[in-house]
Each structure stands twice: as structure tokens, then as C-alpha cells.
Ligand binder design. Structure first.
Ligand code: SF4
Length: 196
């Protein structure tokens, strides 16, 4: 598959479910459900273009982040600059997620910001719209390693186009691709084939 940059959102999708990532970024499928519609509406509200100066806090909305080193590109929800220090803020619907894919997305944004600003980015935030709370994300070495490993995995996925098999898990409950994927049926078929 031809691609120049990996979308930061693909890392989030891959960490959530590699099969979902394949369907979205290799097969070009996407189906909205209640959660994605709410998520899109939230991002539309957030992405009112422009900068806002709030005394010592400078807020920049809806700008593209890019890394040549990692071949990443993506639109940020919000970048804040406090006392000259930049950090990314990613908006999510609902409450704090059960999975670590949102932290990974913030880390990928931080990797881009580091390259664009020449600064070390040590923190980021996830803003959860339902609870109106910001969750601190420490951009530590463990998270960086995890983000870089996911970048490598997504690069491999995009280059080979090899489909990771679907597998039913708790994550399938909120997945907008459930009706195309039918993970329980796939699991049964795979188990049958392995047993025979
Ligand atoms: S239904 Fe489950 S296995 Fe299928 S794409 Fe969604 S999360 Fe992945």
C-alpha cells in the first residue's frame, strides 16, 4: 500500500484492535455508531480554528502535527503553551477509558511536537467530555517505547496489508465495525478449523 505518513489516529485504532485498524486504514471501511457520532461532534466543536491568549496560557486549536522522523501526521485538538512549555490535549467523549490507546495517541502527538518545537514534551492530557476532567499523561520512556513499537506495527500493517484476524473481546462492545466484523462467528470458525 502506498502511503507517505501514518495517521496518528491509526496508532490509537491499532492499540484498540489491530483488526479494526486494518479495516479502517487498509480496507477503507468506517461505520459510525452512537459513540463515533458523539466523538465526531465533540471534535468538530473543539476544532474551531485559531489561537486564544489566556494571560499566561496560549491555546492553539486544530493544527496539524507532523514528524519526519516517525512519518506521523495528525490534527491536534488542542495544544497549550504555559510559560513557554508546550503540551498536547486530546478530547475524548465519555469517561476515562479502560484501555491505554488514548495515552498512546497523546504520546504520538508529543513526539511530533518535540520535533516541531525542539523542546522535550514531558506531559500531555486527555480531556474527558462526560466527566469534564483532564487526565494527566506522563510522556515517560515506557509510553514512548510503546508508541514507537505501535508505529512500527502500523507501518508493517500498511506496508504488507496483512489482515490481523478478528477476535472477540470486551472492546467489541462499543465497536462501530461489529456488524461487518462479526468477531464471535470468526472465532467459532477459527476454533472449528483448528479442531479439524
Ligand atoms: S468488532 Fe471487535 S474484533 Fe471486530 S474490529 Fe471491532 S473491536 Fe476488532
Amino acid at each position: 500500500m502506498n502511503y507517505e505518513y501514518i495517521q496518528i489516529a491509526a496508532l490509537n485504532q491499532y492499540a484498540y484492535c489491530s483488526h479494526r485498524c486494518w479495516r479502517m486504514f487498509c480496507a477503507g471501511e468506517f461505520t459510525d455508531n452512537q459513540y463515533t457520532i458523539e466523538g465526531t461532534a465533540l471534535h468538530d466543536r473543539v476544532h474551531t480554528t485559531g489561537d486564544i491568549d489566556k494571560e499566561d496560557t496560549w491555546q492553539i486549536r486544530a493544527i496539524y502535527l507532523k514528524s519526519e522522523k516517525y512519518k506521523l501526521i495528525g490534527k491536534s485538538d488542542l495544544i497549550e503553551v504555559v510559560s513557554g512549555e508546550y503540551y498536547p490535549i486530546e478530547y475524548k467523549r465519555g469517561r476515562k477509558g479502560e484501555w491505554d490507546n488514548d495515552e498512546l495517541q497523546v504520546c504520538a502527538q508529543a513526539l511530533c511536537l518535540e520535533e516541531m518545537t525542539g523542546q522535550n514534551i514531558n506531559i500531555g492530557y486527555i480531556y474527558y467530555a462526560h466527566s469534564h476532567q483532564r487526565q494527566l499523561v506522563e510522556i515517560n520512556q515506557e509510553l514512548r517505547d510503546s508508541a514507537i513499537a505501535t508505529i512500527e506495527a502500523v507501518t508493517n500493517l500498511l506496508e504488507t496489508g496483512t489482515m490481523p484476524p478478528p477476535s472477540y473481546s470486551k472492546r467489541c462492545k462499543g465497536c462501530s465495525l461489529y456488524s461487518q466484523c462479526l468477531p464471535k462467528a470468526s472465532d467459532k470458525l477459527r476454533n472449528y478449523q483448528e479442531a479439524n
